[in-house]
Every structure is written in C-alpha cells, then in structure tokens.
Design a binder for this molecule. Structure first.
Ligand code: SF4
Ligand code: SF4
Length: 315
C-alpha cells in the first residue's frame, strides 16, 4: 500500500481510503460487528484512512476499530454553516469516534466562492479548533469545479474531497478536463486531495480497470475514497491498490453485485428529494411517487437525507 502526505498537513494517508457511507444506515446498514470487521480487515492490510460524515451515522463502526488502531486517520464532514452548527457536529464526531481530536473536518457540498462565504463562520470556528488541536485539517467536499477552484485559493482550507472519475460522472458544472485543471491548481497550491466516486457510484464497475487506472495515475490525488460494504470488496480493492492482478472470481464477485436506489411504496410524492438531487436523476412519476433514472444516479445518498418518510434506500 502506498502512502502519501496529504497536502501540507504532515499526515501520511494510505492511497486507498475506506469510504464508510456504503456500510451505514443510509445504505447497507450493516450490524455493528460486521461493519467494524470490514474496516478492521482493511486496516490489517495497511489502509489507515477512513472517510465518514455526520449524516452517515458510521461513527460506531469506526470507534470499534479505533480501539485497536488508534492512529487511524479519520475524516468527517458536516453541513455546518456557523459556529453553533460547527461546534455541534464537531463535538458529535469526537464523541462518536471516542477520541479528543479528529484528523480532518470538512464542509459538505461546497459549490463555489459564494457557498464558502456563506459558511465562513464555520470555517473560522474550525480554524480555532485546529489551533487547539481538536482538528488537524479543515476541508470541503464538492461536486463542483467552482468549489475546487474557490477552495484552492483559500489558505484556511487544507483538504479538498472532489468528485472525479474517468467519465466525469457527477461533476455538476463542467467537464472532466475542467475538474482535472481545478484539482491540479489546488494540489499545486498545497491542498490535500482525496478523490470521491472514482467508480462513479458503481456505474464504472463494468470498467473497473479503466476507472482505477485513471484515478491511480492521476498525479494530483493523494488518496482515493472507495465505498465498501462486503469483505470481497475490501480484499479486491486492496489487491488493486497493491498493484496485484484480480482473479476471475474477484471480478465476478464485483460485477455480480450492483447497488441501486429504491423508492419505497410509502413515498408521498412531496418532491423534496427531486429538488435535492444535483444530478437531475429524480422526478415525480404519473403515480405521484418519486422515480429514479438509474443512468443519472451516482448513489451519493443526498436525496435520502431529506426524505421525511424514510422512503429512499440504497441497497
Ligand atoms: S422525499 Fe421521500 S416522500 Fe418525498 S417524493 Fe422523495 S421519496 Fe417520496
Ligand atoms: S437520486 Fe439520490 S443518490 Fe442518486 S444522484 Fe440523486 S441525490 Fe444522489
């Protein structure tokens, strides 16, 4: 497993970052022990970096594993926009993982300079927490080229978690080339970059080798978050990141398993999810229920966070 210093934080992270969204209640909802075993298996094989978020509700799995691997690098995120919301969500992360610091704390879904301006109070508060040692790096996650470009120029931002994959799936405001240029600018400005959706939310699994070849050879990425929810995925991803060939069985196991977004039949047709989806993958059908266009859906899970009826599941 290769390790890279992420930005100018002085922290070395494994090239494979364990994406925990997929195991938690928003998706597979694995029992505690099963989820913790997945992270533990990755840690045993050298993965030292795990991605989570306040809304993923995966702190319990992580805290189990931190008992054995206390130095694991943990990155969380929240929708905080002011001091109070940043304080609440940061404290929840510290309590959740059972440590008195978290490595990185990011603000979700930053679209550009205006969004960052609107979240400035939270960034300033996190800066004070960094001085006190509660946070080791501050960052953003984004599906926007403009989000990466804006963060690239802000000294207070240490880490960027942008969407990038060889087809440019999920980039809201530009082409793959635009995103590559923005990430290159940010990386050269000393920002740590860890990529999201290298497999396009599962769409690129049939082109697994191409997708991983692209992201592993893109020079301005320090680590790559990959969502995992089965032991086979952990083993296969570790093999890929260690440069080992996959067996026929490895490939079959990955190809046979497709995640999908399901709308439950108690959907009320309120359309909150439709407005929330940046990929325009949701609409209200003639039956007055939400329907998903699987070709557009990147399984980011954002729609599920606004459904008051809990009618959206990714399984
Ligand atoms: S937010 Fe939930 S209830 Fe409303 S349309 Fe979407 S799935 Fe249905
Ligand atoms: S439908 Fe939901 S999971 Fe799919 S892209 Fe839209 S917000 Fe993300």
């Amino acid at each position: 497993m290769e390790y890279n210093e992420i930005g100018r934080t002085g922290i070395k992270v494994s090239q494979l970052c364990f994406g925990s969204l997929t195991m938690g209640p928003l998706q597979k909802n694995l029992p505690l022990r099963e989820g913790a075993d997945l992270i533990r298996r990755a840690a045993e094989q050298g993965v030292n970096f795990i991605d989570t978020a306040d809304l993923y509700d995966t702190y319990p799995y992580i805290s189990e594993v931190l008992n054995e691997y206390p130095d694991m690098i943990v990155s969380s995120k929240s929708y905080a926009y002011d001091q109070r919301t940043a304080e609440d969500t940061l404290n929840r992360s510290l309590k959740g993982i059972g440590r008195d610091y978290i490595d990185f704390f990011l603000l979700h879904e930053q679209e550009g300079s205006l969004t960052l301006k609107g979240h400035w109070e939270a960034i300033e508060y996190l800066g004070k927490c960094k001085e006190k040692g509660l946070v080791r790096g501050i960052g953003i996650s984004t599906h926007y080229v403009a989000g990466v470009k804006a963060a690239a120029l802000i000294p207070e931002i240490d880490i960027i978690h942008p969407i990038i994959n060889y087809r440019g799936l999920g980039i809201v405001d530009g082409t793959l080339e635009d995103m590559e240029q923005a990430i290159s600018l940010a990386w050269h400005n000393g920002k740590g970059i860890y990529a999201m959706k290298a497999l396009g939310g599962g769409h690129l699994i049939p082109h697994l080798h191409k997708a991983f070849d692209y992201i592993l050879n893109f020079p301005y990425v320090d680590s790559i978050a990959v969502g995992m929810q089965r032991i086979e995925e952990v083993e296969t991803n570790v093999k890929i990141f260690n440069g080992k060939a996959l067996s026929k069985e490895d490939l079959e196991s990955l190809m046979d398993y497709k995640r999908k977004l399901f709308i439950q039949d108690w959907c009320t047709g309120c359309a909150r999810c439709v407005r929330r989806c940046q990929q325009e993958a949701l609409s209200i059908g003639e039956d007055q229920m939400a329907q998903v266009d699987p070709k557009k859906c990147i399984l980011c899970g954002y729609c599920g966070t606004v459904c008051r009826e809990l009618a959206i599941k990714v399984i």
